[in-house]
Design a protein around this ligand. Structure first.
Ligand code: GTP
Ligand code: MG
Length: 419
């Protein structure tokens, strides 16, 4: 449908998809009947895919609004699929932006389900899922790809539990987002997992899942290889480094480990080196690790919710002491009991005490001290799975990340566009 203000922008990245692109566009025409939409094809092909798209755009001008962006071989194609999708998103004008493959592995009729679900539930993100409610991944080629795909999925959920715990297919390439979500966010994906980039960098609140059957490739050749698998790891690393809220728990564990080491080293030096009094050494080591944990958690784990002033910082330090007091108490009890029973293994007593105390720390620090401007809400429970219904899987606010400058530049050549 032709419209100056589309409601849905569909980004389709293409690279040598001459066999698939015409049937794909025909299926989209049927699926999107009645929806004011634009289809943005970001093409890096060396075959005649762009010519087929341009011809289809002309033939279907009354029913499909197609924007073709062809990137010339060389520097323009740097980053491949990742930059192609980012570019398409920057060019999108509609309220909702969807991304799907050109090879018919993502059934176009399910795109309609994604869109309808977004409108019906006012979702920020609608993820198509292969792993819930009748979804299937039959199109994944071979047992090794199944294994790699599942390993990467669970690794991503482990690294980013706050954002991905309840998302069943966080690395899938078929999804829809509210466009306002990506405005002002610099997308810097590496490789094929654009959904990971969005779910970690954007401040989404309401995510819905829609099951689909991932089909075998209709024709043409796969561009996915083992290198793409390795890129997921680099991509995750970049997100951990660049997004303060990403992998917060693991950043906390890292800081906690440095605190434990400091505590034990100091305790050992004071007791065995300086022959200090036991309780004095315990107190000094404990306070030193509390201070260092506070400073490093402020700088690393919660850098996005920094103190606003010196007074705020001092108040936080005081609250931090209050927040860790149950841990200190626990540490003290374990230390006392163990020191009483195995007096000659004091360093082990202290190590076990510190470890036991760490269990509570993350929760308390997050709830009491480093409280984000937006409060976290508890995700609501997932309703029972049913094959053809969308499933809300989470409803919470991601912590803010600072907007950075966009990375994507428009290509020099834009072909076959329609007004
Ligand atoms: N613009 C652009 N599109 C790409 C590039 N690489 C892949 N694509 C497209 O991205 C989509 C996904 O690529 P595929 O090769 O199908 O990757 P895959 O789905 O993981 O692999 P298969 O399951 O084997 O198909 C397809 O529509 C490709 O044409 C690229 O470098 N640039
Ligand atoms: Mg494919």
């Amino acid at each position: 449908m032709k419209s100056r203000e589309p409601l849905l922008s569909v980004i389709v990245p293409t690279r040598n998809e001459r066999e698939n692109i015409a049937p794909m566009l025909a299926a989209l025409r049927v699926a999107l009947d009645g929806v004011a939409s634009e289809i943005i094809i970001v093409d890096d092909s060396d075959d005649d895919t762009p010519a087929i798209v341009a011809r289809t755009a002309e033939l279907e001008a009354d029913s499909l609004h197609i924007l073709l962006m062809h990137r010339a071989a060389g520097a323009e194609r740097a980053g491949g699929l990742a930059t192609a999708v980012s570019l398409g998103m920057r060019s999108a004008r509609a309220r909702y932006v969807a991304v799907m493959d050109a090879d018919l592995q993502h059934p176009p009729e399910r795109l309609r389900a994604l869109f309808d679900e977004a409108v019906a539930t006012d979702a920020d993100v609608v993820m198509a899922t292969r792993y819930r409610g009748g979804g299937k991944s039959i199109g994944l080629d071979g047992i090794s790809r199944h294994f790699i795909s599942l390993s990467m999925k669970y690794l991503a959920k482990l690294v980013f539990p706050d954002q991905l715990m309840r998302v069943s297919d966080p690395l899938g390439g078929f999804f829809l987002v509210r466009r306002s979500l990506i405005e002002g966010v610099a997308l810097r994906p590496i490789g094929y997992k654009i959904s990971l980039e969005l779910l970690i960098r954007c401040h989404w609140a309401h995510l819905v899942e829609v099951p689909y059957e991932f089909q075998p490739r209709a024709g043409g050749r796969s561009k996915s290889d083992i290198k793409q698998g390795m890129m997921v790891l680099r991509h995750m690393g970049r997100l951990v480094r660049e997004v303060p809220a990403a992998a917060r728990f693991w950043k906390f564990c890292f800081v906690g480990t440095t605190g434990i080491i400091l505590n034990l080293v100091l305790y050992h030096l004071l007791v065995n080196g300086l022959h200090a009094q036991l309780w004095g050494a315990w107190l000094a080591a404990t306070e030193a690790s509390i201070l260092s944990n506070f400073v490093f958690n402020s700088l690393l784990t919660w850098s996005d919710v920094a103190a606003q002033s010196k007074r705020d910082w001092v108040a936080r330090l005081a609250t931090y002491h209050a927040a860790v007091s149950p841990n200190i108490l626990l540490n003290l009890i374990v230390f006392t009991v163990l020191a009483h029973r195995f007096g000659d293994m004091l360093i082990v007593d202290q190590a076990i005490g510190v470890l036991a105390a760490t269990v509570l720390s993350y929760w308390l620090a997050r709830r009491m001290v480093f409280v984000p401007r937006h409060h976290w809400q508890t995700p609501f429970p997932v309703p029972a799975d049913t094959a053809d219904t969308a499933k809300p899987v989470g409803d919470y606010t991601n912590p803010p990340t600072d907007p950075e400058d966009g990375e994507v530049t428009l290509p020099t050549e834009v072909l076959g566009t329609q007004a």
